[in-house]
Design a protein around this ligand. Structure first.
Ligand code: CMP
Length: 140
């Protein structure tokens, strides 16, 4: 198995409801190494750029409004098969349909307020990690 890096974002709903620590602990208890972390409030243009792949979707404006509604915590996670492992830990996109014990089931509400984002492929992970963290920060 390959050592991979992926981007995780703790979304405004989970930060506002005080679950940042719970979600970080969930990763660490599952052997995930957190190699970068930053709390920030995304601007409208940052959120639009981050979710550009969804710009033609009907939920795009609501998604951007939600992601800019409060602070988020961006992290780079590292581990064996990390992209798929993160998706397993997160659960299904819609918190209402996510399996019990997953982050989205435990800390999210619905398909929009779903507590966390995670990259969905190696290609996306490379783009998304670079969107939030520079190479210099990772080597610091
Ligand atoms: P995320 O993993 O951040 O990637 C894109 C986001 O779009 C997704 O999580 C959801 O929060 C959101 N999303 C996907 N489908 C829908 C939908 N049908 N309605 C509202 N939001 C959605």
């Amino acid at each position: 198995m390959a050592l991979e890096r992926t981007l995780s974002i703790i979304k405004p709903d989970a930060v506002a409801s005080g679950h940042t620590g719970d979600i970080v602990a969930r990763f660490e208890k599952n052997g995930v190494k957190i190699i970068a972390m930053r709390m920030l409030k995304m601007s409208r243009s940052q959120a639009e750029g981050f979710y550009a792949v969804h710009r033609t979707r009907p939920f795009f404006n609501d998604l951007v409004a939600f992601m800019t509604s409060g602070p988020v915590v961006a992290m780079i996670l590292e581990g064996e098969n990390m992209i798929l492992k993160n998706r397993d830990l997160m659960g299904a996109t819609d918190s209402k349909k996510a399996a019990p014990g997953t982050i989205r089931a435990d800390f999210g509400t619905d398909v929009e307020k779903n507590a966390v984002h995670g990259s969905d492929s190696p290609e996306t992970a490379a783009v998304e990690t670079a969107y939030f963290f520079t190479a210099c920060e990772l080597n610091a």
